[in-house]
Design a protein around this ligand. Structure first.
Ligand SMILES: [Fe+2]
Length: 443
């Protein structure tokens, strides 16, 4: 909170020199109160407390018997009392204003108005009885940056003397501090309201995006009748791997999206090649192998919020030993998200029936993953994946993610947990491969 410049210190010092010793000590006292008030306002303590303390400081430092501080509500056109002292029980909690009052207060600015001399304004006519019953003498509209944010109501001084000109200056200075505190509070409330609104909009968008992704995945899977639900499962396995790696929520969601969409390029491959009930020939295979690059082209123009989805589509058939396609990239050249999807994709291919073969038994599949760690798969992804499965087999995770995808019977294969433990123990811990943030998953 900047120091208040409107309190003309030189004038006050001049007044101080020309007035008696009594008013000098009063001035010192008042300055002390002002400093305290400034501190209170700047300390961002509880808003209600700040206002209450501010009121007490004004009343105390100027020897005023009673008073109150109100906040102005633009929408309700009324002052709502935030703190009162000595105004009596019948003093209203809120006081209405009309347009004329609002205009006059703005023109008046932050300066005390004598209640007795303001009878011309509707506000003082309406509340005439209330104000005289509470013996209010001064009313200060808190106008900050040409906006009325509140008001201070003040009763008479304990001495019975009228308010002096520098009493008024002090009141103005304190009023500016209190007004700033209220304005700041209003701003904060507005920011909170807008950020809440933004969050809601963002959630809606996120939902739309995720629905669209799922619709796409369903469309891809629909084309390939033998691998029904493949994209959806690859999305889910990718999600499991990402969460086992300890990625944050957005990154995990990004991995799922990359999995859902990895085969989008298959939409342009002829149906008879995709659905061939036999092993396809070289020519057909060349046609099919275009799907990663086509997928990349389809996905590139779209802005994906969480991860480099197009790169996952393009490189999900690369292997870390450089024997994959389309570019034969090695290990670190492969975007990390593509390695995640590659593992998920291969695992699903091994664990589902294909037209020319049955799905492979779990022991065989995990031996295969183990054997191909460091060849096709990044070893730490294989360990993360197996760890996830082992946790579920040992009942350590509540969600039955693998069970839903593989079926109960598959998960209950004899000795599966112990063979997973053996494999995990025999594998080198995490490889020195660096994890590339999924937000910038370029290899
Ligand atoms: Fe693929």
């Amino acid at each position: 909170m900047p120091h208040d410049k409107s309190l003309n210190i030189e004038d006050l010092q001049y007044a101080n020199l020309t007035e008696s010793a009594e008013s000098r000590s009063k001035l010192v006292h008042t300055f002390g109160a002002l400093a305290e008030l400034g501190h209170e306002v700047a300390s961002r303590s509880n808003f209600q407390d700040t206002i209450r303390t501010s009121l007490h400081l004004i009343l105390g430092s100027l020897g005023i018997m009673r008073g109150g501080v109100a906040r102005y509500s633009r929408f309700e056109h009324e002052f709502n009392m935030l703190a009162v002292r000595g105004l009596g029980e019948s003093f209203p909690l809120s006081l209405e204003l009309c347009y004329e009052d609002e205009r006059q207060f703005l023109t008046n600015g932050l300066a005390p108005i004598e209640v007795a001399q303001a009878a011309v304004l509707p506000f003082f006519q309406v509340y005439d009885r209330t104000f005289s019953a509470s013996r209010l003498e001064l009313f200060v509209p808190l106008v900050i940056h040409e906006e009325t944010v509140g008001a201070i109501f003040l009763g008479e001084k304990a001495t019975g003397l009228p308010f002096s000109s520098y009493d008024r200056e002090i009141i103005c200075a304190m009023g500016r501090h209190i007004g700033s505190a209220i304005a700041q509070r209003n701003l904060l409330a507005e920011i909170e309201r807008r950020s809440e609104e933004n969050r809601r909009l963002y959630d809606d968008l996120r939902m739309t995006y995720s629905d669209t992704v799922k619709a796409f995945a369903a469309a891809i899977d629909f084309k390939d009748k033998y691998t029904e639900g493949h994209s959806v499962r690859v999305g889910k396995y990718s999600e499991i791997i990402a969460s086992e790696l300890g990625w944050n929520a957005d990154e995990v969601e990004g991995a799922a999206v990359a999995g859902y969409l990895h085969d989008v390029g298959k939409l342009t491959v002829e149906r008879k090649i995709i659905n061939a009930p036999y092993r396809i020939n070289a020519k057909e295979s060349a046609e099919l192998n275009k799907h990663p690059s086509v997928g990349f082209e389809i996905l590139s123009p779209i802005h994906h919020p969480y991860t480099d989805v197009p790169l996952a589509a393009k490189y999900h058939h690369e292997r870390i030993d450089g024997r994959g396609y389309p570019d034969g990239l090695y290990d670190r050249q492969i975007p990390y998200i593509a390695k995640v999807v590659n593992l998920a994709d291969s695992f699903d291919a091994m664990t589902t029936d294909r037209p020319y073969r049955r799905r492979r038994p779990p022991h065989e599949v995990f031996d295969d993953l183990h054997r191909n760690s460091g060849r096709q798969f990044a070893p730490e992804l294989v360990t993360a994946f197996m760890r996830g499965m082992l946790k579920e087999l040992q009942g350590e995770s509540k969600e039955k993610r693998f069970r839903k995808l593989l079926g109960r019977e598959y998960m209950e294969a004899e000795g599966l947990a112990s063979s997973l433990r053996n494999i995990l123990n025999s594998m080198t811990p995490t490889s020195p491969l660096t994890r590339i943030s999924v937000g910038q998953a370029h290899g």
